[in-house]
Structure formats: C-alpha cells, structure tokens
Design a binder for this molecule. Structure first.
Ligand code: OAD
Length: 234
C-alpha cells in the first residue's frame, strides 16, 4: 500500500506543512495551525478560517499533478488491488487518474454545511462574503479534518485493513508526525511487512524503514516503477 503526504504535491507547487527545505515554504512556519486548522479556531473565527481555506483551494486548483502523482496512477493500473491512502486534501491524485483514493484528511474541493451536513463542490458556493452561508442557515466549511476532529471512520477502517494485510508499505512525502496517519507505518512494520520511505529529508520513520530513498517523489517514483515494471511502462 501507499501512504502519501504533502511532499508528493510539493513538486506541483503546493506548500508542505513542515519541511527542512524552505523552498517549499512550509505552511506551519508561516501560519499557526491552532489559529487556522483546529476546530476551535473555526468556532472562534469562521471568517479567518474560511478565508484561509478558500485561499488554499486557489493554490490547489491552479496546481497540476506532477510525475509522482502520475507514476502512482500508472502503478494503480498495473496493480489494481493496491491501496492508496493520502493525507492530502488537494485532489491531485484523482486529477492524475488515480481512483479509489482514501482521503484520510478529507478534501478541500468539497465543503459541508455546519447545520445540515450537506456536502457540495466548492464551485457551487458563493464567496461574496466570509464565512460563506449555506441555504440551510448554517455555514459552509471545507470538508477537511481539522486538529481536534475525528478522521472519517471508513477511511480509518480501510487504511488500517490495508496496513495490516499489505505486502509492502510505502511512506511517501510525509513527515510522519501526525497521528493516526503516521501510525500505519508502524502497524505495517508490526506485521513484519517491508517498508520503504521516499522523502528527500529524514523523518522519525527513516530509521525504521527497510529502504529509504532520499529523492523527491516526482523523480523517485517514475524511476522505481519503470525499473519494477519495464514492460508495462516502456
Ligand atoms: P508535512 O508537511 O508535515 O511533511 C511533508 C514532508 O514531505 C516532509 O517530510 C518533507 O521533507 C517531504 N517532502 C518535501 N518535498 C518532497 C518531495 N518532492 N518528495 C517527497 N517528499 C517531499 O506533510 P504531512 O506529513 O502530509 O493536517 O502532514 C500531515 C498533516 O499535517 C497534514 O495533513 C495537515 C498537517 O497539519 C491538517 O491540516 C489537519
């Protein structure tokens, strides 16, 4: 199975959150997650939080999938039973052609009503004023998981099942510090499953991974897949 994080989208120009490479302009070095990505922050200041997520949506919309996303989409065609679970909310895996992507932290392209729980595409929402109001009398908020919130139950169940039963676990472009996502690497290891990390920089997972590839995902993944499946990728 593959677990991806913000690093897979770094080469698409989307900022990571934590990153020794300052060229990626890591968001949590510029902004305070407790002011912007916590459920209490939304309750305190819904205008600020929805403005910030609307701005981030703009960056995601303008970005294009990179060779890392594309290599993963190709790998899914070669190995249809492979599980792809992502912490990203940018929708770039799907835009690269990946299907059945488990979105552990939700999706910024979809917003939900605080009153009725109705979901809608962000394109359907009027952002004339912030926070945007829903027809049901509530507020529209991004359908992402904030600190202080539970991850979607089905996404947890499916990721946990895959981490327990997979033959190989890839940790790609994640700092491996945010739980429960970071715990699936440990779960796979505890089953004796080989693990591979792809990340230009060290993370807490690095010393436990069986193989560490210190390269950007957009370079490492196409090479790896071409080497593993020369006939399917030539
Ligand atoms: P992070 O931003 O924490 O980590 C990004 C990782 O990607 C870092 O370890 C970088 O070294 C690595 N990286 C940078 N460029 C890369 C590249 N080209 N190829 C491969 N790796 C690269 O992102 P996540 O681990 O996904 O949650 O963060 C987890 C969660 O923390 C996010 O979903 C978000 C954040 O707070 C919320 O907002 C609730």
């Amino acid at each position: 199975m593959l677990m991806t994080g913000a690093g897979i989208s770094a080469e698409s120009g989307i900022s990571t959150f934590r990153d020794p490479n300052t060229n990626n302009h890591p968001l949590w070095s510029r902004y305070d997650p407790m002011e912007l990505a916590h459920i209490d922050a939304f309750h305190r200041d819904p205008e600020l939080v929805t403005r910030w997520y609307h701005w981030r949506f703009g960056a995601c919309k303008d970005a294009r999938p990179n060779p890392g996303h594309e290599a993963i989409a190709r790998l899914q065609q070669i190995l249809p039973a492979m599980t792809l679970s992502t912490q990203n909310v940018d929708g770039l895996h799907q835009r690269a052609g990946s299907t059945d992507v488990i979105e552990l932290h939700g999706c910024i392209l979809r917003w939900k009503c605080t009153q009725s729980d109705e979901r809608t595409s962000i394109e359907q929402i009027s952002f004339d004023s912030f926070p945007p109001r829903s027809p049901a009398g509530g507020l529209w908020r991004p359908d992402v998981v904030w600190f202080g919130e539970m991850l979607p139950e089905l996404a947890i169940e499916r990721t946990q099942a895959a981490a327990t039963s997979c033959d190989l676990f890839f940790s790609i472009g994640t700092s491996s510090v945010v739980y429960p996502a970071a715990g699936y690497f440990d779960l796979a290891r505890s089953q004796g499953t080989p693990t591979i990390e792809i990340n230009p920089d060290a993370t807490p997972a690095s010393e436990y991974a069986d193989v560490v590839i210190r390269s950007p995902a957009g370079e490492a993944l196409p090479e790896l897949i071409a080497a593993a499946f020369p006939e399917e990728t030539s």
